[in-house]
Design a protein. Structure first.
Length: 223
């Protein structure tokens, strides 16, 4: 097995410490710290909770629904921010190497989910030749129902405006809202069997606990 996701994301932060302007680096650190401090796990979907019905737009066309994803086995929903997010470009290839093969052996379906519109989101799937579906949660509808969204703080928004950048333009959502990196394992009973929400986007679920959660699910008939 290669490096852990924690190690890979730690290397990203170390590179930023070497190369980024001090003010830019501190803005990033402060935003992530504030999100951790403000996190309210009681607002997130939890293990045992039913998933709401949903329809996601796959970047290559078609729709993925709760019913279709759990028809033949468990599903793993992997929420990430957007196609240009540096940490996401480390995490998704990691999951393709370390998680996707094991899930296929267990008969589970993996799908990566972002609010970014399909025509912009597709680039991350192409860039890394990902073996699993990548889908749009249009307008953060599912992310909102699961309670996993966050909004950039005032300092981050101001810095973006001064640079002429707005994350809502990048994602196509028109808002500052993004999902916190989240993994939800959904059983064929359409309930969450495992949930990992990461307010700090440089801290994300490793592959092993996700595989263990899927392995622990006894096959049941879809309802």
């Amino acid at each position: 097995m290669g490096k852990s996701l924690r190690e890979l994301l730690g290397e990203l932060h170390a590179e930023r410490e070497r190369t980024w302007d001090a003010g830019q680096l501190q803005l990033n650190i402060d935003q992530r710290r504030e999100l951790v401090e403000a996190a309210d796990p009681s607002s997130w979907i939890a293990a045992g909770d039913p998933l709401p019905d949903f329809a996601l737009e796959e970047v290559d066309g078609g729709h993925l629904t709760l019913e279709s994803l759990t028809a033949t086995g468990p599903a793993v929903l992997l929420f990430f921010r957007f196609a240009g997010c540096p940490a996401c470009n480390i995490a998704l290839p990691y999951y393709d190497r370390e998680l996707a093969p094991g899930l296929r052996e267990l008969g589970a379906t993996l799908v990566a989910v972002s609010p970014q519109v399909p025509e912009r989101l597709v680039e991350i799937k192409r860039r890394h030749d990902l073996s699993f579906p990548v889908a749009t949660d249009r307008d953060n509808v599912l992310g909102g129902k699961l309670g996993i969204l966050y909004t950039a703080n005032a300092a981050t928004q101001l810095a973006g405006r001064l640079k002429g950048s707005f994350i809502g333009d990048t994602t196509g959502t028109g808002t500052w809202d993004l999902p916190q990196p989240t993994v939800v394992v959904v059983g064929q009973d359409r309930r969450a069997a495992f949930v990992d929400v990461s307010p700090d986007w440089l801290v994300r679920a490793e592959a092993r606990p996700v595989l263990e959660a899927v392995r622990a699910l006894a096959p049941v008939a879809a309802k």
